[in-house]
Design a protein around this ligand. Structure first.
Ligand code: PAF
Length: 348
């Protein structure tokens, strides 16, 4: 495994890999790697000939007063994990390498040129963290420019980020295929995140309230609830019941536009952001809302909703409505808690 610090070295290596016909997999990260990151690496390894991982805590995507200074870092530990995972190249640039010409003295990463993806950048995470997505789009655009043609792997846990990066890659004509990968969870449902390490014991136990709220909301959608506000109220009540958590937002949105629809139909995404203690966490889950005909069958009792275990929150295939009264009938693919992977395969 080769560790690179200079951006020109990365560009040269990527070009020579492409010239010799290698399919390059890119996994951008901010380090402090966990099983979620390693699952992206694993997927890249199975689908590509050479894997490049980047580790860079990007100052441009952190607002004033956010956790840039306390964001967990362990580059040596990360390199060991990546070596074990069979990664070929790791790019660990300095801020100066990524932002060579700062425009404001003393403001880390301040740069004259940024990438703004209009619309999606202003919603949800974008509204809560002004400037965040501009920072993300800018740094990812730089990585795409350095690496060139590749498949780039991102976790579905940052679902809005994934949509934004896809849009940016399309709009700026990067020869990059953006691949979304399923969220990896702890057995109690908590989505893996580098920030989880900052939770105290009681906060760690409280943090699974996010996935619990999503799961309950998803069950309501599966049972035929079509009113976004009813689903959101349920999610809010669950988070309110946890004294260590304070909700920033919870929403039931169209999975492609991230806007709140009048009625929940088709691909729905439930999204949530909350602080647990001082740690800000986000999570989401995809659900396929049943059609009106399916809802009326649920209401008539000819279909029932089978239980979904917490652990299945994310990876359940769309097989949730189960026929009752008709022996053996199983309405596969009708509605369900949708695997993130599925959502991305069905990209419009
Ligand atoms: O998701 C992350 O870790 C970061 O936002 C990313 C995509 C590496 C950009 O800094």
């Amino acid at each position: 495994m080769q560790v690179l610090e200079r951006s020109d070295e990365l560009a040269e290596i990527a070009q020579s890999l492409q010239r010799s016909g290698n399919r390059v997999g890119l996994v951008p990260t901010m380090g402090f790697l966990h099983r979620g990151h390693l699952s992206l690496v694993e997927r890249a390894r199975t689908e590509c000939d050479s894997v490049v991982v980047t580790i860079f805590v990007n100052p441009l995507q952190f607002g004033e007063g956010e956790d840039f200074d306390v964001y967990p870092r362990d580059v040596q530990g990360d390199l060991t994990k990546l070596e074990d995972a069979g990664v070929d190249f790791v790019f660990v640039p300095t801020v100066e390498q990524m932002y060579p010409e700062p425009v404001a003295a003393g403001v880390s990463g301040a740069t004259a040129t940024t990438v703004l993806v209009r619309g999606i950048s202003e919603l949800w995470e974008g509204a809560s963290r002004p400037g965040h997505f501009e920072g993300v789009a800018t740094v990812v655009a730089k990585l795409f420019a350095l690496v060139g043609r590749c498949r780039a792997y991102f976790g579905d846990k940052d679902y809005q980020q994934l949509l934004l990066i896809r849009r940016m890659a399309r709009d700026l004509l990067f020869p990059v295929e953006v691949v979304g990968c399923s969220t990896i969870r702890e057995p109690d449902g908590l989505a893996l995140s580098s920030r989880n390490v900052r939770l105290s014991g009681p906060e760690r136990r409280a943090a699974c309230v996010l996935s619990r709220a999503l799961l309950d909301g998803a069950r309501d959608v599966q049972s035929g609830e079509t009113q976004p506000h009813s689903v959101v109220e349920k999610m809010q009540r669950i988070v309110l019941g946890e004294p260590l958590a304070s909700l920033e937002y919870a929403a039931a949105v169209d999975a492609w536009t991230l806007e709140v629809p009048e009625k929940l139909v088709g691909d729905v995404r439930l999204i949530i952001a909350a602080r647990v203690g001082s740690v800000r966490l986000i999570d989401n889950v995809g659900v396929i809302a049943p059609t009106t005909a399916e809802v009326s069958r649920i209401q008539q009792g000819t279909f029932g909703v089978c239980s979904v275990e917490d652990r299945e929150l994310e990876p359940v295939e769309a097989t949730v409505l189960v026929g009752v009264g008709q022996a053996g009938e199983q309405a596969s693919g009708v509605a369900g808690v949708k695997s993130n992977h599925q959502v991305n395969r069905q990209e419009r």
